[in-house]
Design a protein around this ligand. Structure first.
Ligand code: ATP
Length: 284
């Protein structure tokens, strides 16, 4: 038997850091939502009791460092499954981009193996299990649009964003999330985005309001380290995107666009100097 799962990329419509905790993690408040750029996982039971990962992407680990491997190992151990699995990852989401590709793969592996092995684990339980793998995994398990608090594991589902185009552009640099949080200083944040403000605009279905409320305090780190990310934001704005923000710890920048007629111009303008540009839809 085989099961398939899609693992969509996430973007942060807002990301705020409230404080640094004693355990070293940062207390965050974020609003996350999915876009229709997705990896695809194929999972097949193996007669041998092992976990095997393959992928066409040459640039991700295929051993126990792979987050889908870790998800399979965790669910096997916790639910005492004495079976093996072969997982093929068809990667479409750029890696280390701020789009939670690895976390979404882990989440999709949890959902898929729950079905493959008929474990009947409720989604909220799977989401809690996901928190052991990474801060973005719980949200990726449930999907939708949510306020994430704590380390990212306390989720509250809220109204989905209004439908629009999302243009993603990833400059050719890799950013480590851990490094960005390590360099983050609350005192250097000039303006905190408003969680309530963004949630209210989403509840009202206001595209313009959503664009006005975009904000990500991690830009204070990544934009200084990599000025090309700031330039990319500026170019997207000049080309006509209605709202522009860096996703997660970066370096991917996304532009929100309501009118289809603008999309081609922005895409072509960006492609002139940035190789990785994707035009996708908001998953609503
Ligand atoms: P986040 O937004 O959650 O911080 P990200 O988009 O910045 O995530 P990922 O694409 O998840 O970053 O990759 C981060 C690291 O995880 C990379 O160094 C990569 O080698 C490793 N990794 C492990 N498993 C995977 C996977 N299945 N897909 C992509 N990267 C993976």
């Amino acid at each position: 038997m085989k099961v398939y799962e899609k693992a969509p990329a996430k973007i942060n419509l807002m990301l705020d850091v409230l404080r640094k905790r004693e355990d070293g993690f940062h207390e965050v408040e974020m609003i996350m939502t999915m876009v229709d750029l997705a990896d695809r996982l194929e999972m097949e039971e193996l007669s041998r009791n092992t976990i095997v990962i393959s992928s066409q992407a040459g640039y991700i680990p295929l051993d126990e460092k792979n987050l889908a491997f870790q998800a399979a190992k965790l669910i096997k151990e916790r639910y005492k499954v004495d079976k093996g699995v072969y997982i093929h990852l068809d990667k479409k989401i750029p890696v280390a981009a701020g789009l939670a590709g690895g976390s979404s793969d882990a989440a999709a592996a949890l959902r898929g193996l729950n079905r493959l092995w008929g474990l009947g684990i409720p989604l909220d339980e799977l989401s809690r299990l996901g928190a052991e793998l990474g801060s973005d995994v719980p949200f990726c398990v449930t999907g939708g649009t949510a306020i994430a608090r704590g380390r990212g594991e306390q989720l509250e589902q809220i109204a989905r964003p209004p439908q629009c185009w999302v243009i993603l552009a990833k400059p050719p640099i890799n950013v480590s999330t851990a490094d960005v949080y390590g360099r983050f200083r609350l005192s250097q944040v000039e303006q905190h985005p408003s969680t309530e403000g963004m949630a209210a605009e989403l509840a009202a279905g206001s595209f313009t309001g959503m664009c006005q409320q975009l904000g990500n305090v991690l830009e204070s780190v990544t934009l200084k380290l990599h000025p090309e990310v700031e330039q990319l934001k500026e170019s997207m704005r000049k080309l006509g995107a209605d709202g522009v923000l860096m996703s997660g710890s970066g370096p991917t920048v996304f532009g929100l666009v309501s009118r289809e007629s603008k999309v081609a111009r922005i895409y072509n303008g960006l492609r002139g100097f940035c190789k990785e540009v994707y035009v996708v839809r908001m998953l609503t």
